[in-house]
Design a protein around this ligand. Structure first.
Ligand SMILES: Nc1ncnc2c1ncn2[C@@H]1O[C@H](COP(=O)(O)OP(=O)(O)OP(=O)(O)O)[C@@H](O)[C@H]1O
Ligand code: SF4
Length: 285
């Protein structure tokens, strides 16, 4: 139920493993630091990573009379005044065994996604980020058509420098056009490597292609995000961390945070301008 959701933003990629889920998580953290109430809907049925990344994989989803109640990410801590909130919903919460994988055929997946879009009791949410399964196949086209029913503000396309040198990104952008999804912006992830010893950022692969490609397609380039092993460690060590410092504050110290602050500013400028012009998520207020 999306009545109280102001903006719906899809996070897409043509290929798996390019960092779609970590981009969704970082957008959520940065938006929450900016005071926004954020929902993350993980419909990546083959690899529902969001619960693990937010360290809520042991949580149970409760069923209320009107639908599922999303799981609140509890350990955000304080990162100053006016901090928002994050809640999430993922197929991962519904699998009996966390190690189970989903080997469903198209119609069953489509039914599950429909249920996820209609039967989750989101409260007042400023931004609902939808982490979608990777790909541009026929199955994804029908999924994207379903997603259009929730009147998204548009899609953020995640790519990597390697993908830019192939036809993958063009395929992704053409896919969005074909299914009538607005592209809010492109993010080039894994663009360079932040050394864990001296913090120097080195371009391992070519970089800058994302910006050039975005220009060629006439879409906005939101930013280039380097690989930072410390970011992975931060997520992995959440269970062992016993100090009072919450996830928002810890992420605020990450080398990737300033990059996502820039990306989030562009997202806010674009989506809030659309509302001012009267073309935001049709479901929300
Ligand atoms: N910029 C980055 N710095 C460090 N690690 C990263 C970065 N981006 C992604 N990763 C790591 O790479 C791995 C794959 O990323 P992620 O799960 O976000 O990709 P995905 O595109 O969502 O994959 P899938 O297609 O399986 O859903 C994860 O372990 C993630 O933490
Ligand atoms: S980036 Fe280069 S100089 Fe810096 S620690 Fe790593 S290897 Fe050494």
């Amino acid at each position: 139920m999306l009545e109280n959701v102001k903006h719906v933003v899809l996070v897409l990629s043509g290929k798996g493993g390019v960092g779609k889920s970590s981009v969704s998580v970082q957008l959520a953290l940065t938006l929450a630091r900016a005071g926004k109430k954020v929902g993350v809907l993980d419909i990546d049925l083959t690899g529902p990573n969001i619960p693990r990344m937010f360290n809520v994989e042991e949580e149970k989803v409760h069923q209320a009379p009107g639908g599922w109640i999303p799981v609140k990410v509890g350990d955000l801590g304080s990162a100053g005044d006016g901090v928002g909130s994050i809640e999430c919903m993922s197929l991962g919460f519904l699998l009996r065994d966390r190690g189970d994988s989903v080997v469903w055929r198209g119609p069953k997946k489509t039914a599950m996604v429909r249920q996820f879009l209609t039967d989750v009791l989101w409260g007042d949410v400023d931004y609902l980020l939808v982490d979608t399964p990777p790909g541009t196949s026929d199955e994804h086209i029908s999924l994207a058509e379903q997603l259009r029913s929730v009147s998204p503000d548009g899609a953020i396309v995640v790519t990597t420098p390697q993908a830019i040198s192939t036809a993958d990104v063009c395929k992704e952008l053409n896919f969005c056009k074909k299914v009538g999804l607005d592209i809010l912006g492109v993010i080039e992830n894994m663009s360079g490597f932040v050394c864990p010893h001296c913090s120097t950022c080195t371009n391992i692969f070519s970089s800058g292609g994302g910006a050039v490609m975005a220009e060629q397609f006439g879409v906005d380039f939101f930013g280039a995000v380097p690989i930072d092993p410390a970011f992975n460690l931060m997520l992995e060590r959440q269970k062992e961390t016993t100090d009072e410092v919450g996830l928002l504050q810890r992420y605020g110290e990450s080398k990737l945070f300033p990059v996502f602050e820039g990306i989030t500013e562009k997202l806010l400028a674009k989506t809030e301008k659309a509302v001012a012009n009267g073309s935001g998520n049709g479901e929300g207020g």
